[in-house]
Design a protein around this ligand. Structure first.
Ligand code: GCW
Length: 614
């Protein structure tokens, strides 16, 4: 059996040459021909491009399968057809169109070739402070994204560190445009992240968004960038967040900052994506009135209606920061007069770093259970890709990219369906078992790393492994405030008031420890260790149980993987097994450190007499 690592897996192991034809329909034709041959399908594929939309229709009649659709739609149709045939699924009836018009992937790549929160090798786009790429790899990357309907990417980190700030100028821009040229063939458009203080870096006295020279500066920048990359989606900005510059530096508001940049882009049809991850990152841990999850809403909700129509506020799924378990950000549920994008994180920063298995689609399903997908007009996700031959480091982490693409296309998350589709295309002899592993994975990780909504017990800065006090006395506002009697933060009426950012119904549920779902209990409440849960266990016993069970279940995941020996390519088997070995020891470490932490505080032993280190 050959490894799927050489050619991206869900296009059933197809190799790829740089396409000779330029248009999406020419690429669709050659992909279909090669795909049909690889799948041993005798029927004839036909492409019928009409119009310019992204929609398509798949029609099967008299031994001929026709992909009918817009200029880009036919390519999506071709990829979808190959996926369905590879999985032995029937073709969908009628016209298929994407739910979200912009389905974005945000890379956090740095110009030196590193990737912030990257767990799969180096950047695919930069090296040695220059744009640097392998064209064939970029074709394969674009094909992979296009095959799941992703149509916009930002290459550079939202933390714009020099010399990356100059990517919107001169030679670097010209080089980046060569990547845009490849992506365009697959219907993918580019965004660039910009540094709000760029005017100062380029010689102006200020970056004040109301200053006439600054306004002219950005108009010139936008003109140059859009001349070189005419189909640019726009700029993405992280401002006044985690030490990044922004309008606050000049006494201006976020709408003033965002609108100024949006107006520079407007003549070219460009959009401005403005991230809402803004909070006090210099909080004193002694201050218990400031509550970080409140910050995004407190900053932005009062500004509803003040943003231009080409501004999109990009909001993380949860109010804190991509933790294993968070409620939906209340900001996503508010601001009816503002365009919003949902931001997810495929890079497994807090969810096992592509060492531990964590299939993310269930998290997104939870988001859509509370937030109807129409609340936002676009969707984006932080990339989990890098230069690793298998793209994602952990082979099974590819499923997260696949599921994200499908979620962005359909506007809903269906974890089982997407896992099955991915596994059937990628590891056909082991698809059922791999689906089972994927679906079990988030629950296992949550038990040993963050049960009951308890976040940020991770090692500071690298965010892998346990360190319950690692952030407890730091500035970042991520406190659990455990003591000898209780743990958690009261975020209800009698506490920080965070629950008031939700509708009255939700605020009621979250604010009442009896009605708040167990999985979010310690996110919303400060509870005594002896608090009796719905199932009769005490809070502390539940914490112990989850950690013991989580560590055991991690071993069981490894056993289930071992049973796949011979059913997946040998190199994949070995690579994934090595990761499961690391996951098992990580889970043990979590179990022992967290259980000891609570035992030392509380002095209460485990009811079942299991080993807790003192
Ligand atoms: O989760 C935090 C990360 C930072 C990241 C930041 C953000 C790009 O630890 O690495 O910076 O979020 O989303 O801006």
């Amino acid at each position: 059996m050959t490894s799927p690592a050489g050619a991206f897996a869900w296009l059933p192991y197809l190799p790829m040459d740089i396409p000779r034809g330029g248009s999406a329909s020419e690429i669709a034709g050659s992909e279909l021909r090669a795909g049909f041959q690889a799948l041993g399908i005798a029927e004839e594929p036909r492409i019928r491009p009409e119009g310019s939309s992204e929609s398509y229709e798949l029609v099967r009649k008299d031994g001929v399968i026709t992909v009918r659709g817009g200029r880009q739609g036919v390519l999506y149709g071709a990829y979808r057809l190959l996926a369905l045939l590879a999985c032995g699924r029937s073709l969908p009836e009628g016209v298929q169109k994407p739910f979200y018009p912009l389905r974005m992937l945000n890379h956090w790549d740095n110009m030196d070739g590193g990737v912030e929160r990257g767990y799969a090798g180096h950047s695919l786009f930069f090296r040695n402070n220059r744009v640097f790429f392998d064209p064939l790899r970029i074709h394969r990357y674009a094909r992979m994204l296009s095959s799941v309907g992703i149509n916009a990417v930002s290459l550079n980190n939202v933390n714009v560190i020099p010399p990356m700030d100059l990517l919107v100028t001169g030679e670097a821009l010209a080089e980046a445009s060569k990547i845009a040229d490849i992506l365009r063939l697959y219907g993918i458009r580019m965004l660039l992240t910009v540094d709000f203080s760029l005017p100062v870096r380029m010689g102006l006295a200020t970056a004040d968004p109301l200053n006439a020279e600054v306004i002219r500066f950005w108009a010139d920048r936008a003109e140059e960038v859009c001349k070189v990359i005419p189909d640019l989606v726009g700029f993405l900005v992280k401002a006044d967040s985690e030490h990044r510059p922004g309008p606050f530096t000049y006494g201006r508001s976020h709408d003033e900052g965002a609108n100024m940049l949006a107006r520079a882009l407007k003549p070219y049809g460009g959009m401005l994506f403005w991230r809402c991850f803004v909070y006090n990152c210099r909080q004193d841990w002694r201050d218990s009135t400031t509550d970080r999850p409140r910050a995004a809403y407190d900053h932005y909700a009062p500004l509803d209606g003040r943003f231009d129509e080409n501004v999109v506020l990009q909001i993380k799924n949860g109010p804190l920061d991509f933790q294993v378990r968070e409620p939906v950000s209340p900001l996503l549920l508010s601001m009816p007069h503002t365009r919003k994008a949902l931001e997810l994180q495929l890079a497994q920063e807090y969810t096992g770093q592509q060492i531990d298995l964590f299939y993310l689609a269930g998290q997104w399903q939870d988001v859509f259970e509370v937030m109807s997908p129409e609340k936002v007009s676009c969707i984006s996700a932080v990339s989990n890709l890098g230069s690793s031959p298998n793209w994602t480091g952990h082979d099974l982490a590819q499923a997260n990219l696949y599921a994200y693409g499908r979620t962005a296309w359909t506007g809903r998350s269906d974890p089982r369906a997407y896992a099955e589709e991915w596994a059937e295309q990628t590891f056909p002899s082991a698809a059922g078992k791999i689906t089972k592993l994927l679906l079990a994975s988030p629950g296992v990780y949550e038990k040993y790393a963050a049960p009951l909504g308890l976040g940020f017990m991770v090692n500071p800065s690298n965010h892998y492994g346990p360190s319950p006090d690692g952030y407890e006395y730091a500035r970042w506002g991520t406190y659990h405030r455990a003591d000898r009697d209780a743990v958690g933060v009261d975020r209800g009426k009698s506490g920080t008031g965070f629950t008031a950012q939700y509708s009255a119904d939700l605020a009621e549920i979250y604010g009442d420890p009896k009605r708040c779902p167990d999985k979010l209990l310690l996110f919303f409440h400060r509870l005594k260790y002896g608090h009796v849960m719905a199932d009769g266990r005490t809070l502390l016993q539940r914490i112990y149980d989850d950690h013991f069970e989580g560590a055991e279940e991690a071993e069981s995941l490894r056993e289930q993987w071992r049973a796949l020996h011979g059913l997946v390519p040998e190199d994949v088997y070995d690579r994934v097994l090595a990761r499961f070995d690391m996951q098992v020891s990580n889970a043990k470490e979590w179990r022992d450190v967290i259980n000891s932490f609570f035992f030392r505080f509380s002095g209460v032993p485990d009811e079942k007499g299991r080993k807790i280190w003192n």
